[in-house]
Design a protein around this ligand. Structure first.
Ligand code: WTA
Length: 651
């Protein structure tokens, strides 16, 4: 089937899906949307009362007096970990909370009661380090039960965690530790990935040598691999030693609904990552409510989100949402291709996963490595599939639908961002689907597409994706930089009231379905990971060889986008072997400065960058060059057209 006809095909959910779904029909969906429109605060306030356990009830749903610094349920008090653990003990104490699937294929199960005790014990450990409510704790750990325990233990005490993805380098770690003034770091000796043992603690050791990390008083180290580690007894303590003598009961610290639950650093359009601050009450409400309405979670489900806890998806749909919903989930340590490209399908079969949530990049790479492999496994336990992080191309969507889902499982293509906390545009299981479209707003979310002046455009016309009203799980501010929060997300050009998502979007002329057209700023989406072009540029110019650099994205079959760097060296433009050598050096350099995920796929050299006479880098030209397309744009303002030929050369 051609891509075009596929985009016009509608996949209706089956009668069976409809009969079971929490939101059972499109009429019910529209009724929820209508309810939110007529009584916005009543809608959210009702959900917050229904779904969360409050220590002190709130009396005000939304406080807009200091917009865009909105407060939700602002005089209520609760504890997130209480809502994820304690409240299940009576009814689900013996239910499996986490099935841990280790890299080597072994697995173990943890019940809600066990998880509760592990979280309490570790929280007592953190308490013994004299941390106070509101202190920041950096978590730098691989996927595993302990990562979830560490996050939940922070939540239990009202400590603000900042999880740093294990693939980030020591340099990135320093930046994040410093910005958050973290007092404690929780890490591991090492991790297992794809059958290999990889050290993790050396990055922490290296970071802590930097004066910017003087704020760190203690490092708690979980022993995962048993590999050799350097040890500083004054500062470091093993996780098992810290908790050895401690009680496995720990009273939750009830905090204000607006108390920050976590910071999560993400890329924006400047060189410095921003610390997105989330709340306790509003965030948890949406993490839980999307588990109900998008994923239609039932007590009998086995939920599996493959995202790492280092990203927002791993926060909302591993560490918090599934536990708040009281469901059984798989936590996976490994990689999709180890021991072979059937790993996902084996795990689904082994643990009878019923809801599977992953990223288009993984889907595309698994198609390439074995499009028929799913057929060799019993995937009949699946009833719902999810996609997240980047646009899913119709061909990959169809394969996911037919070959993985047996044409019986709806795919929820969930559009959202670190800043939105949870899904904002997504099908529900009953939504008629179109491949490659994230369909309609989650009930209550006021999504729109507007022009440069902030006015709604007509369906069928592209524009900026915005959210018209505040919502409970929205970003509260950028840590240490409220001005940047205001400027980046509520720009004056659009009237200062609309939340600007940073993506372009278009609504279908007939259905109103949304299709996301990609970022409108200098943010790339590489394998579903958000990368700022400026971040990579500033890493490159930090290298002593480099005078100037410009980074753009180019379409990539598997990763969605690949990173292309145009570099001007301080010395002469290299060629042949010399160029190859410098390419390798620069890739390594970026790997050390940011992390392996930021290494450019393609580095090219020129005598200078293509600039207009006023000195502006012509990025659009660079994008065209990156794609290998002919330049048809007007280049008469270009100062030195000859360099375009230099930049065509791939090394
Ligand atoms: C992109 C990840 C198309 C988008 C949850 C957004 C998507 C950025 C989708 C946020 C989707 C996420 N379809 N694009 N279903 N989901 N994106 O903060 O460009 O890591 O702005 O959050 O990913 O990335 P982030």
């Amino acid at each position: 089937m051609s891509a075009e006809s596929l985009e016009n095909r509608i996949f209706e959910p089956s009668a069976e899906v409809k009969a079971k779904a929490a939101v059972p029909s499109m009429e019910a969906y529209h009724a929820l949307c209508k309810q939110a429109e007529t009584d916005y605060t009543g809608f959210w306030g009702g959900l917050a009362n229904e779904l969360l356990d409050w220590h002190k009830p709130f009396t005000q749903v939304l406080d807009e007096s200091n917009a865009p610094f909105y407060r939700w349920f602002g005089d209520g008090e609760l504890n997130v970990s209480y809502n994820c653990l304690d409240r299940h003990l009576e009814t689900r104490g013996n239910k499996t909370a986490i099935i841990f699937e280790a890299d080597d294929g072994s697995s173990s199960a943890v019940t809600y009661r066990e998880l509760y005790h592990r979280v309490c014990k570790f929280a007592n450990g953190l308490k013994s380090l004299n941390l106070n409510t509101g202190d920041r704790v950096v978590i730098y750990m691989p996927m595993g039960v302990e990562a979830v325990v560490a996050m939940q233990a922070c939540a239990r005490l009202g400590l603000i965690h900042s999880v740093v993805f294990g693939g980030f380098s020591a340099k990135s770690l320093i930046e994040r530790i410093h910005d958050a003034s973290a007092r404690v770091i929780i890490t591991c000796d090492g991790q297992f990935r794809g059958g290999k043992e990889m050290p993790l603690k050396p990055a922490v050791d290296e970071a802590l040598q930097d004066a910017d990390c003087a704020c760190v008083e203690k490092v708690v180290v979980f022993k995962r691999t048993g590999g050799a580690v350097n040890w500083n007894p004054a500062r470091e303590i093993w996780w098992h030693d810290l908790i050895a003598e401690l009680s496995d009961e720990c009273a939750p610290v009830f905090v204000n609904a607006e108390h920050p639950l976590f910071l999560l650093y993400t890329s924006g359009s400047t060189g410095k990552p921003k610390g997105v601050q989330h709340s306790s009450g509003g965030y948890l409400l949406h993490a839980l409510n999307t588990m109900r309405w998008t994923f239609d979670i039932k007590d009998s489900d086995v939920f599996w989100c493959t995202a790492d806890v280092g990203w927002i998806t791993g926060h909302s749909y591993v560490a918090y949402g599934p536990l708040a919903a009281g469901c059984t989930q798989v936590v996976f340590e490994g990689v999709p291709t180890y021991p072979d490209a059937s790993r996902f399908w084996k795990v689904i079969e082994k643990h009878k996963v019923s809801i599977f949530y992953t990223a288009p990049t993984a889907i595309r790479s698994l198609i390439k490595l074995g499009a028929d492999l799913p057929k060799q496994h019993d995937l009949s336990s699946l009833r719902l599939l999810g996609s997240v992080g980047e646009p899913i191309n119709p061909a990959a969507w169809l394969w996911y639908y037919e070959t993985v889902g047996g044409s019986r499982c709806p795919i929820v293509d969930t559009f959202w961002q670190t800043e939105t906390g949870g899904h904002v545009i997504t099908p529900l299981p009953v939504t008629p689907l179109v491949a490659g479209s994230c369909t309609l707003p989650f009930p209550g979310l006021q999504m729109a597409v507007v022009d440069e002046a902030g006015k709604d455009v007509e369906w069928g016309t592209g524009g900026f994706l915005v959210i018209k009203k505040p919502w409970p799980s929205m970003i509260r501010t950028i840590w240490n930089d409220p001005e940047r929060y205001k400027k980046s997300y509520f720009p004056e050009d659009l009237g200062g009231q609309l939340y600007l998502a940073g993506d372009g979007a278009i609504r279908d002329k007939h259905t109103g379905y949304f299709t996301i057209m990609g970022r409108i700023d200098d943010v790339l989406n590489v394998s579903g990971h958000r990368m700022g072009t400026m971040e990579i540029e500033s890493a490159l110019v930090g290298n002593p060889l480099v005078a100037e650099a410009a980074v753009v994205g180019k379409p990539h079959d598997i990763k969605g986008e690949a990173i292309v760097a145009y570099v001007v060296l301080k010395g002469t433009r290299p060629s042949g072997e010399e160029a190859k050598k410098i390419v390798a050096q620069l890739r390594d350099w970026v790997g050390k400065e940011i992390g392996p995920i930021a290494k450019p796929d393609d580095i090219r050299f020129g005598d200078n960058l293509p600039k207009t006479r006023s000195g502006k880098i012509m990025r659009r030209l660079l994008r065209t060059l990156a794609k290998g397309e002919e330049i048809t744009a007007d280049i008469s303002t270009l100062e030195n057209p000859a360099i375009l030929d230099q930049f065509k050369q791939v090394h």
